[in-house]
Ligand binder design. Sequence first.
Ligand code: NAD
Length: 273
Amino acid sequence: MPGRLQDKVVIVTGAASGLGEASARRMVEEGAVVLLADIAEARGRELEQELGSRASFVRCDVTSEADVAGAIDIAVQRHGRLDCMFNNAGAVGASGPIDDLTLEEFEFATSVLLRSVFLGMKHAARVMKPQGSGVILSTTSIAGVEGGWGPHLYAAAKGGVIGLTRNVASELGTYGIRVVAIGPGKMVSPMTVARVVDDPNDPEALAAAFRSRTPLRDRPGLPEDVANAAVWLASDEAGFVSGTTIMVDGGLTSGSKEGIGPEGLGSWSRRPK
Ligand SMILES: NC(=O)c1ccc[n+]([C@@H]2O[C@H](COP(=O)([O-])OP(=O)(O)OC[C@H]3O[C@@H](n4cnc5c(N)ncnc54)[C@H](O)[C@@H]3O)[C@@H](O)[C@H]2O)c1
């Protein structure tokens, strides 16, 4: 049976680890041809070997316009088109009080998290407009929609990804191109694990740390949760979804200020006696 992304040509940035790696794996399983774009060359090449002929690694620093444009040109030269650009690579960047952050730290965070997405959208649009089709996905974060979930500069850049997604979608819709952001919550990935638990191999500690204050409490968020959303969004099944952010956060940004479930503080899910 053909996969949900059968023969679609996809670039995933940040594909050597975490959410990008899981997405690349799922997309290959669903029949896509995937370019693994990352600066982590050794890990990227390992993954390329493991995933077989439908995956190939391309070294790409997403802060460099030449690299991003080059990765997109490689996809088109090798496969004739680009069906999905997934702007996912990122790094947390500096944290600290606002009066202590440096301009260099601002430049780093915004270039790896926001300029990268601008470049991905710009060069994907260059090849998708003449095609008259395509999907541009970008990874934002709960930190982009609510205060306090990440460092200041990270939050600013992730908010920018949401704004860019909305605006670019309103331009590219007329060309048949969908533009969507994915907003992960507290996910277990190499980016976060080291910051939350002492022993990343202790599943209990991990589950406890990641599910705290998330309405869906039975398990932590996993890279595969983002991967499944990315597969759906890249597929024709999501053909009327554009200009929005799909949160994959276990309900974390539902807006509730207190848990109202059985263990929560609020009583709104109980009938008064
Ligand atoms: N893990 C979470 O809980 C979480 C939550 C919300 C959003 N996110 C976002 O998800 C995305 C992926 O994060 P992750 O958790 O998988 O992190 P990760 O550290 O596991 O993977 C990030 C990948 O991006 C690559 N990368 C970093 N800088 C790059 C650059 N300049 N050019 C190309 N590649 C580069 C790294 O080499 C790595 O392979 C990021 O945008 C992150 O901000 C993660």
